[in-house]
Ligand binder design. Structure first.
Ligand code: ADP
Length: 234
């Protein structure tokens, strides 16, 4: 459903992603792990089409920057970029129009309710706390019901209730066939959810392991992480 082939991205002389290749099966959740600076955000931004890169990325068989791929893709960025002069409700409407969604209103209401933003509907983007901004960011990312969803450090800044809701929602989305790539450096934040882990360091993929393979090896995800990023289990 999502296929990366020899993806390389340089910022000037900095090699942020180096020859990254992997593919994700439909309806699977992959957790992208790695220390700060590993290249996770760069990879996400390349997939979503924000950055130029060398190599190929396809979504549902379509080149990632094509209209067809964009219809399938959703993105929840690490830093919410809200419009200071649009209200919460207007953000949802703006996104719905951009994606030409019809019959979105009930779903938008349900999402805002789920993330406790119903009473904030008339607040402007810059009147929201950091956590509320992140919750709105999540609502905006899932409103178009993407088939492939990229989440960059989605739990950062969320309160425990929102983390629980987000995890439940991701489970539901997986059940309905959504493919997800979740970047994080907090290993246990996604522990229940993942089917595959991709571990990066210095722009390269050091491990690409299915959950069943890891379980067979008897190692925890944390042990695998330290083994591949530091060369030995901690
Ligand atoms: P991660 O998300 O894993 O923390 P990033 O993708 O943000 O890693 O960064 C990978 C590397 O690319 C780092 O060395 C970082 O300093 C560099 N980098 C990221 N964004 C830029 C940028 N806009 N310009 C220059 N270098 C960047």
């Amino acid at each position: 459903m999502l296929e990366l082939s020899h993806v390389t991205k340089k910022y000037g002389k900095v090699l942020a992603c180096s020859d990254v290749s992997f593919s994700l099966e439909p309806g699977s959740v992959a957790v992208l792990l790695g220390p700060n600076g590993a290249g996770k955000s760069t990879l996400m931004k390349s997939v979503i089409g924000f950055l130029r890169f060398d190599g190929t990325i396809t979504v549902g068989g379509f080149e990632n920057k094509s209209v067809e791929a964009r219809r399938l893709l959703g993105y929840i960025p690490e830093m919410p970029s809200l419009y200071p002069n649009l209200t919460v409700a207007e953000h949802m409407e703006f996104l719905a129009r951009a994606y030409r969604l019809t019959d979105y209103k009930q779903r938008a209401e349900e999402l805002l309710e789920r993330f406790e933003l119903t009473d904030k509907k008339k607040k402007f983007g810059d009147e929201l706390s950091k956590g509320m901004q992140q919750k709105l960011n999540i609502c905006l990312g899932v409103l178009p019901q993407p088939k492939v969803l990229l989440l960059d450090e989605p739990m950062i800044g969320l309160d425990p209730k929102a983390i629980k809701e987000l995890k439940n929602m991701l489970e539901e989305m997986r059940s309905s066939g959504c493919t997800m790539l979740v970047s994080t450096h907090i290993i246990d934040s996604i522990d229940m959810l993942w089917d595959r882990t991709i571990i990066m360091r210095g722009g390269s993929v050091l491990a690409n392991v299915r959950r069943s393979e890891l379980e067979k090896s008897g190692k925890t995800l944390e042990e695998l992480y330290f083994e591949v990023t530091e060369g030995s289990a901690q």
